[in-house]
Design a protein around this ligand. Structure first.
Ligand SMILES: C[S@@+](CC[C@H](N)C(=O)[O-])C[C@H]1O[C@@H](n2cnc3c(N)ncnc32)[C@H](O)[C@@H]1O
Length: 251
């Protein structure tokens, strides 16, 4: 992990200038956007759908609520939130990348998810929303890619309503050494090859594997959330800690 305010930062295992990371991440998602959903299903054997369903279940979403799905990409969470908040609620699908947003908007419209969803191109570090705007904010598999994670955590806290909650769904650290070894083998030997065959892009999936290893582990992310000002922060491991769901509240 390297989120300090010096002038270099991790981009996977490479050190790059802080000012460069956003455009490098943008290139990754520009490149994978069209094949993003099919690769997600293949890479996770479909399990990402269960992780996302569990996130919705833990969100406390109710009719009429206002939800921000930041780094929402192709909109899996947005689609489920849209049904749950109903016509009197609203879901904002926001992402820094116009290619991901476009794939998301087309997919959701094809599925008839219309009426209560708004699409906004936005950076998690500098959210273009009023203070105290949202009942729920989710960021799924997005925080890992953000240059200044502390700034993004503060920005999300600012736009959260008092009583609202943030849910961070992200790859994390497997709890068992055996699982960790198998996961390493899969990530570094199989994933990039799969990326090459399906998306003609091994590099982006090599970045995926590296960025996961560089992301803060469960306890570190928990304390980053507490430092940013979230309260009652907790997390739950899923699939043996391959993924963790962190939750924190604004009071
Ligand atoms: C792995 S995708 C996750 C998409 C979706 N949330 C999901 O779970 O399938 C990560 C997304 O984060 C977006 N992203 C990266 N940096 C961001 C930032 N600073 N602000 C907002 N979105 C960002 C990328 O454009 C990409 O769409």
């Amino acid at each position: 992990m390297n989120d300090r305010k010096d002038d270099s930062i991790d981009f996977g295992y490479q050190k790059v200038a802080r000012s460069e990371k956003k455009s490098l991440v943008a290139n990754v998602f520009q490149s994978v956007a069209a094949k993003y959903d099919v690769m997600n299903d293949l890479m996770s054997f479909g399990i990402h759908r269960l992780w996302k369903r569990y996130t919705i279940d833990c969100s406390g979403v109710r009719k009429g609520m206002k939800v921000l799905d930041i780094a929402g990409g192709t909109g899996d969470l947005t689609a489920q939130f849209s049904r749950r908040v109903g016509p009197e609620g609203e879901v904002v699908l926001a992402d820094i990348n116009d290619a991901m947003l476009k794939v998301g908007r087309d997919k959701l419209r094809d599925r008839g998810v219309v009426g209560n969803v708004r699409y906004v191109q936005a950076d998690a570090e500098e959210l273009p929303f009023d203070d105290n705007s949202f009942d729920i904010i989710t960021i799924a598999f997005g925080l890992r890619n953000v240059t200044d994670k502390d700034k993004a955590l503060r920005s999300m806290l600012r736009v959260l309503k008092p009583g609202g909650r943030l849910l961070i769904l992200e790859f994390s650290k497997p709890v068992s050494a055996t699982l960790n070894q198998a996961y390493d083998f899969y990530s570094f030997n199989i994933l990039p090859k799969m990326g090459q065959v399906v998306a003609n892009d091994a590099d982006s999936y090599q970045y995926l594997a590296e960025s996961i290893r560089m992301h803060p582990d469960q306890e570190t992310l928990k304390s980053m959330m507490e430092t940013a000002g979230y309260e009652k922060v907790d997390y739950q491991n899923m699939t043996g800690g391959v993924v963790a769901l962190h939750r924190g509240y604004k009071f």
